[in-house]
Design a protein around this ligand. Structure first.
Ligand code: CDP
Length: 209
């Protein structure tokens, strides 16, 4: 089984993906981490994340150790990810790995922006997780503060809106729900309620065959 989870920043994709993977015994892939790693590698190589040639070089050279950097969770990596993610040639390099991962038994829960639309249009289940920007910014703020990062709500909200706009407006693989996605608004749901709603959707869908 392949479960595709897409949606904007801090909507609750990661938590939901992890819980679904545990529940169904599937592998888990956070594709945001891949794009963050390409963004950071591009910067560390001395180039601008908007530089297509440098970003493609970084994507091709990506290795497992690049995914272990603690800076990947930071805002610099997030913005760089969104810039390299707007480059079609970078996305093309990432495609094979993601598809192979998805189709390797026992299957996977994959979260990102274009999983249901581009990477796995054949996914068994597609969920688009969303929430109003203010709620998402509040969640990101809590996450940051829990990690000891000093941040203010207004700035987090502004950075997030900027990134969402870039992700939604880009020409290649823009952020949008697949036509057959279940749209899950987590604005008024905690992690348990979001998980229960997703599970309900999956089981009712499987019953219908
Ligand atoms: O954790 P958060 O939702 O803030 O971000 P993320 O999932 O780690 O993704 C960081 C950035 O990578 C996004 O803003 C996208 O620009 C890019 N990304 C993408 O283009 N395609 C994906 N499949 C995943 C992430």
């Amino acid at each position: 089984m392949i479960i595709a989870i897409d949606g904007p920043a801090a909507a609750g994709k990661g938590t939901l993906a992890r819980r679904l993977a545990e529940h169904f015994g599937l592998e888990l892939l956070d594709t945001g981490l891949l794009y963050r790693a390409v963004g950071l590698k591009t910067i560390r190589g001395g180039a601008d994340p908007g530089d297509a040639r440098a970003a493609v070089r970084a994507a091709r050279a990506l290795s497992p150790s690049d995914l272990e950097d603690t800076a990947l969770r930071g805002e610099e990596a997030a913005q760089a990810a969104s810039q390299v993610g707007a480059i079609g040639a970078v996305r093309a390099v990432m495609l094979d790995f993601q598809r192979t991962f998805a189709h390797t038994p026992p299957g996977a829960v994959i979260d990102g922006r274009d999983i249901g639309t581009e990477v796995c249009p054949d996914a068994d289940v597609k969920i688009f997780v969303t929430a109003r920007p203010e709620v998402r910014a509040e969640r990101r703020l809590k996450e940051l503060r829990a990690r000891g990062v000093d941040a203010i709500h207004g700035r987090v909200l502004q950075d997030m809106k900027e990134r969402d706009a870039r992700d939604a407006k880009r020409d290649v693989a823009p952020l949008k729900p697949a036509e057959d996605a279940f749209v899950l608004d987590t604005g008024d749901l905690d992690a348990d309620a979001a998980f229960a709603a997703a599970l309900d959707f999956i089981t009712s869908r499987n019953r219908r065959g």
